[in-house]
Design a protein around this ligand. Sequence first.
Ligand SMILES: NC(=O)C1=CN([C@@H]2O[C@H](COP(=O)(O)OP(=O)(O)OC[C@H]3O[C@@H](n4cnc5c(N)ncnc54)[C@H](O)[C@@H]3O)[C@@H](O)[C@H]2O)[C@@H](O)CC1
Ligand SMILES: [K+]
Length: 655
Amino acid sequence: MKTEAISASEMKAIDKNAVYFGMSPLQLMENAGACVSDVIFNYLNPGGRSQILKTADSANDWVIFFAGLGNNGGDTFVAARHLSGQDIRSMIILLGEKAHIKTEESQKNYALLEHDKNVSLFEIRSESELENFFLENEKIIGSDSCGNSRIVLVDGIFGTGFLGPAKGLEKKAIDLIHSQKKNKNVFVLSVDIPSGLEPEPKIKSARHSRSKDSIVVADATVTFHQMKTFLQAKDAAVYTGKIFVKPIGIPFAADVCFGPGNLENLYVRDKKSHKGDSGKVLIIGGGPYTGAPALAGMAALKAGADIVTVAVPKPAFEAVAAFSPNLIVKKLSADILCDADLPVLSVLIAAHDAVVIGPGLGADPKTISTVSKIIPLCKKVIADADALQPEIFEIIQKLKLQTKLPKNKDPAKEESEESKPEKTRTEKAGMEKTEIILTPHRGEFLRILKYLKFPKAEKFEESDLEELVLDVCRRLDVTLLLKGPTDLISDGKRIRRNLTGNPAMSVGGTGDVLSGIAGGLFTKNSAFESAGCAAFVCGCAGDQAFLKAGNSLLATDVILEIPDVFIQASGSDFQQKKNESGKNKRTSKQNTDSSKQNTDSDSKDGTENEISEESEMDEDRQEKLMEIMKRIKPKSQKSKIPPKHPNPEKNLFMK
Ligand SMILES: NC(=O)C1=CN([C@@H]2O[C@H](COP(=O)(O)OP(=O)(O)OC[C@H]3O[C@@H](n4cnc5c(N)ncnc54)[C@H](O)[C@@H]3O)[C@@H](O)[C@H]2O)[C@@H](O)CC1
Ligand SMILES: [K+]
């Protein structure tokens, strides 16, 4: 079990990624509901399965599920079915009509209960109906009538989809749960989160200001997959009771890789937003090359930026300006980027949210020296391609030390070199940090390792790669996107991978597309999310482009696919499809191996090839995952403490 806690939106991303990697939402709900039923079963049978004692009183035990219309309610339908299979009877109090159950999987699970002799279903439409229902069923639910039999009240009213406050029928249900708490035979179990507790309140103080009586006060909460930060918050303990974290079979890849779920946590445009509010990107590139900055600029626009300005040395101006009327193009003063451009660029940098520097710049020493002066001026900067030089790593390291100075010190006063042309942004703005993303390929990464004098810089084991990436991020205080067949993304605290993309993307220009997408996202999102989501989107766009172009794929083809990737990822059925990937592979073979196909009389209809190639593609993905698994050091296993009691729920349930 993982020990670190995650936020509600991180959990939502993992859930969606699980579906992308092949799990169905129905499976996830089944596993979640089964966990809930296990906790209830263990409460009712503390001796474990081998010692189920059906006494006269235990025959009167009841499990009462309060179910909302979302998936949290869906979990309770599954739990009721599992308990029924063990002859534990329950009633479902559905807060609304079954026709209004919100999701397909929840509806399916409700329908499965309709002929279950151990489960009584009640659709409750109003507060007064709920009150009457309680009065009518007082013998079962009423506090004074339980004798020694036990009542488990299960709170499946709201889960992570809740936005407070609770009102009306749901609030009434919470009140009724509270009214039963005084009965010592009543045990309240919340599913995923005590209902009424907002996992991510829009106003941070909301949770504290909300009165206690609109949140379920549970004896225990069963949450799924991993501990949640909002359940660990100081003010939450009073509501959660004991927390059980139960695995629901999230696949390995969903946990360790970027996927469409991560895109859901990116910045969403405000309905009232004006031009520029959704991000302004400045691309500084070109000179010796003309295509790279144009590609990065177009990719930044397709990734959602409102405004993209491309600042290029003279020789690249006309080509970039002619590339697309969507780009604003600024002509710099010379044939290459140089110090004379600093005054103009510092104004441009201040007017943009994020800067991408490097594509097509060339590595002239004058240019690199200017880049080293530009980086400290930026709020957010992505250094790519030619900008990945030792002089730049040095300035990044200096920036790290600078931001470590105490906040009340004014570094500008301590600066002795009066001749310095531009004050760094850090100096101007107090100690605000420059956020940096580096996007090296393997060769550029080795350059960083050498600069940092890593003992293993010349030759390292593949199994050490992830630790090296984490270490580089910590030493330079940057976010790193190490490009490769499997991309590695780290901010020094965490590391995730990206599996999308294909070998045809080794064509020139795709790196510029990637840094452009990252630039577009970085304007409004964290460095880590921007880098990881950019890698995922770029790879998916490349995979889609490959379906059409095979090995004739161009960087411009990848750009054209970016919008479709965002649209598909926002749907619920975006899956990594084996068949489509299989087609990828076939197209690749057709392009590279057509002569062999023409003479191969055995595979007349191609069926044989199809099957083997699909499984081959599957193997590709499996191989990447195996590599990742080998690299991940099983920390959690080492620190695993054996449970004190084989049935830990037992101790808790003794009131
Ligand atoms: N794939 C997944 O996402 C999984 C989700 N699971 C369960 O699903 C839950 C999340 O499901 P949902 O996203 O459907 O969210 P909820 O089950 O929390 O339902 C929220 C519903 O209530 C409505 N609502 C929100 N705030 C309200 C308010 N103040 N007053 C009245 N109505 C309000 C929303 O419109 C939404 O329809 C999790 O907590 C967990 O229990 C599990 O089944 C495991 C897998
Ligand atoms: K709940």
